[in-house]
Design a protein around this ligand. Structure first.
Ligand code: C5P
Length: 222
């Protein structure tokens, strides 16, 4: 059996930016690289947990012993998270889920035409995965979200704790270069449902992940 502070715990981590197809060759996405989610999955593994990583288009290979589920779209991610959450003690939603997807996916490549100088795309809202999880969450299950914001970081993140019924949110300023999306380093504020805040220094994503695991381990002991 695994040793470590989180031995015996089952953890689900999501990572990366969803891809929402327009046609067979194009999609809408965002700048999320998945690095933060991968670092979190690795840190949980190190702490002895059983880890399932649901990754959107992974460019990185997870550590040995991490179960990898690969998905593309927000709808596929929703499906996978709902299935895995049932058996989980902890869910960390580090994935950057597209808020909207194209209303129609063309089955053939969309062609430009001489008389169409502009083109309008119709988008529909994706479901909020964390809000759906909130409705099936049982006492003792820990749910942690991320908030990537360019402005009003703390107030926006605080609202999400309530709206998504989270135990904690990792607030991430993505307006600065060198931290956040696609970067190797990060600086975050851990915000708790009771209003407590812990701000980290600028550190590597694996170091930020270690701090997250430290906090979660303490929370699980309560
Ligand atoms: O509302 P916003 O996208 O800023 O919230 C971010 C958090 O919510 C992240 O943890 C993200 O993984 C999650 N999310 C979700 N379903 C969505 C959009 C975001 O679970 N459709």
């Amino acid at each position: 059996p695994q040793k470590g502070r989180l031995a015996g715990k089952t953890v689900v981590v999501t990572a990366g930016g969803t891809r929402e197809p327009l046609d067979p060759v194009r999609y809408l996405t965002n700048h999320s690289s998945g690095k933060m989610g991968f670092a979190i999955a690795n840190a949980f593994k190190q702490a002895g947990a059983n880890v399932t990583l649901i990754a959107v288009n992974p460019l990185i290979t997870p550590s040995v012993g991490i179960k990898l589920i690969q998905v593309e779209t927000a709808l596929e991610l929703l499906d996978a998270v709902q299935q895995q959450f049932i058996h989980a003690d902890i869910l960390v939603m580090a994935a950057a889920v597209a808020d909207y997807r194209p209303a129609k996916v063309a089955d053939k490549k969309i062609k430009k035409t001489a008389d169409n100088q502009t083109m309008a795309l119709e988008l529909v809202r994706n479901p909020d995965i964390l809000q759906k999880i909130a409705t099936i969450k049982k006492p003792g299950q820990l749910v942690i979200g991320f908030a990537a914001e360019t402005n009003d970081l703390i107030s926006n993140a605080t609202k999400k704790i309530q709206a998504k019924n989270l135990d904690m949110i990792v607030a991430n300023d993505v307006s600065q270069t060198g931290i956040g999306f696609n970067a190797d380093n990060n600086q975050v504020t851990f915000l708790f449902a009771d209003g407590k805040q812990i701000k980290t220094a600028v550190e590597s994503k694996p170091r930020i992940a270690d701090q997250l695991i430290e906090i979660i381990s303490k929370q699980m002991q309560k």
